[in-house]
Ligand binder design. Sequence first.
Ligand SMILES: Cc1cc2nc3c(=O)[nH]c(=O)nc-3n(C[C@H](O)[C@H](O)[C@H](O)COP(=O)(O)OP(=O)(O)OC[C@H]3O[C@@H](n4cnc5c(N)ncnc54)[C@H](O)[C@@H]3O)c2cc1C
Length: 392
Amino acid sequence: MSYDAIVIGAGPGGASAALSLARQGRSVAIIERSEFPRRKVCGEFISAVNLALLDRLGVGEAFRDLAGPEVSRLALFAAGPALEAPMPKASGNAFGRALGRDVLDGLLLEAAKAEGVTVLQPWRAVEISREGELGLVRIEDRDQQLELSAPVVIAAHGSWEPGKLASNLEKRNQKHDFLGFKAHFTEAALASDLMPLMVFPGGYGGMVWADQGRLSVSCCIRRDVLTRLRVEHAGLSAAEVVHLHIMGSCPAVRSAIGGASLHGEWLAAGPIRPGIRPRFAAEIFRVGNIAGESHPIIAEGISMALQSGWLLAEQLAQVKTWDRAGREAAGANYASVWRRQFATRIRAADVLSRLAIFPQSAALMRGVVNVFPAALSIGARLSGKTKTLPGF
Ligand SMILES: Cc1cc2nc3c(=O)[nH]c(=O)nc-3n(C[C@H](O)[C@H](O)[C@H](O)COP(=O)(O)OP(=O)(O)OC[C@H]3O[C@@H](n4cnc5c(N)ncnc54)[C@H](O)[C@@H]3O)c2cc1C
């Protein structure tokens, strides 16, 4: 089975790249190993700058119909009372909103299918190799195997799980790794327009109202801190310990979800892998988390995934042929527009996450926000909440 492009992974990065390339008249196959709908560790907030992109991808209207309320205020939930600040406005005066990943990822994949993308799901990519001008991708589903070929191969499989692909990251197990947790709650007591940043010993997180009256609560916690907490609370699961820890550390979190009902199970993932990585290497293009990832303290990973898929398709459209020289030119240009669009927010998120996890610096952060609430809004700006894509 041969195509112009093969995309591995149908999260927001892969779906955006596949759909954008199909719009250019390219034949595209996307491979997704899990069945949809599937929940995912993610805070599910999407900043308003992405509305125009979601419109171009053909899901803007559905997003506006389904997503949770607009978020016009930020807050800091740490030890002590909550502190609030306005969310900076993106162009068009819109605010960001949250939509469950079980809904969003399905919408995007359906839109890609409607654009003519071949969806192979549930299939897992297990090997990427090259034969002359063609990339070969071997995929498996239980006892079946297939080989697909295309000049352009795009890795969009995320960064949190190891695998056998040349584009997968190596397995990691370090004490300062951050592990991700997420749950939905109903009947929570949080203002509908407020998105608090939670800061607690060893980690950070956030909460926001998503679709269907679900409050999305997600956080990252250092592996060594979680290990210590699990010894203190022997017999509880990791998620139960995290739940207790965030409620015990932040009074405002306790007020918001103390009386709420857990909707579905807690999910766990990770370790997360923040950093900037090659966007084109070993003849494989990369979008979304695998190209580069910010600490989710700034809730920008979906934006970066959607936008990087779009940016790559734009750069591939600029080269006449997708032969080796064309791929290399597109790869170099994509790497540089990617850096201009995302590098600052990845660095800002790194600094913020370091500040958040230590009790002394969290207290300092709280002090700064207390006398200067605009620090929260400035942080949101630095994190890319108002940065539009070139050409939008
Ligand atoms: C705690 C936490 C909270 C967060 N909150 C937010 C937030 O509020 N807002 C925000 O914008 N971002 C947030 N993020 C970040 C966001 O979740 C990620 O950045 C985003 O999901 C990355 O998208 P992606 O398309 O690169 O990869 P993913 O969404 O991870 O999608 C990758 C897809 O590839 C598939 N796949 C993997 N391997 C294979 C294979 N071999 N073959 C076939 N398919 C494969 C997977 O099944 C998956 O569907 C958060 C992250 C964490 C940890």
